[in-house]
Write a protein that binds this ligand. Structure first.
Ligand code: URA
Length: 206
């Protein structure tokens, strides 16, 4: 409904939100990151994905999931029959947290305080986009959406109601988890499970 009056207003409100997020100082991560990496995708998306935080390449590009984890995500989405251009993709934490080691910037896990500080943005994104289904990619995203710690293995792979007016939720692993698996057979198996989760989450909306 992008061409309609309502769609147009949401688009404008979303752009204002993104511009506001560009100047976010809600937690100290803005000091060392290159830029805020806000969510991306159509404001009328029915399906929303939440990752952890931008990585090195996302920090430089200003877009979510464009680095190695993004490539796994894109491939899995495609195999699940979901076109990335139709979904909204964002992160629980919108600045890259890292440790500088020589020339390399090594990813650090966001802490509870940073997740909590950044939750405000996800809530705004949820209110504007009103996705039917929101998929948490990994524990940080699940924590941001549910406001409590989540054990992925216990809670993945089924639809549930998100708190408030958030629509349906679904929990699965983070694509980086797949990249870190040392064993090729385990990698293949976990990747297939991930694709199946994405397919089932999309199907659960209908
Ligand atoms: N990992 C994430 O969680 N988000 C990104 O945008 C990139 C990597």
């Amino acid at each position: 409904n992008l061409g309609s009056g309502i769609g147009g207003n949401i688009e404008t409100a979303w752009a204002a939100l993104r511009d506001e997020a560009a100047g976010c100082t809600r937690c100290p991560l803005y000091k060392d990151a290159t830029q805020t990496v806000f969510g991306e995708g159509p404001v009328d998306a029915r399906l929303m994905f939440v990752g952890e935080q931008p990585g090195d390449q996302e920090d430089l590009a200003g877009k979510p999931f464009v680095g190695p984890a993004g490539q796994v995500f894109d491939r899995a989405l495609g195999e699940a029959g979901v076109d990335r251009s139709t979904v909204y993709v964002t992160n629980a934490v919108k600045h890259f947290k890292f440790e500088q080691r020589g020339k390399r910037r090594i990813h650090s896990k966001p802490g509870a305080g940073e997740i909590e500080a950044c939750r405000w943005w996800i809530e705004q994104e949820q209110m504007l986009i009103r996705p039917k289904m929101t998929v948490a990619l990994g524990a940080t995203a699940a924590r941001a959406l549910l406001g409590r710690t989540v054990t992925i293995s216990r809670e993945r792979g089924r639809a549930f109601e998100l708190p408030g007016d958030g629509g349906m939720g679904w929990i699965t692993v983070h694509p980086s988890f797949l990249l870190r698996l040392p064993d090729e057979a385990a990698k293949r198996e976990e990747y297939a499970r991930f694709v199946e989760d994405l397919r089932a989450a999309a199907a659960a909306m209908d």
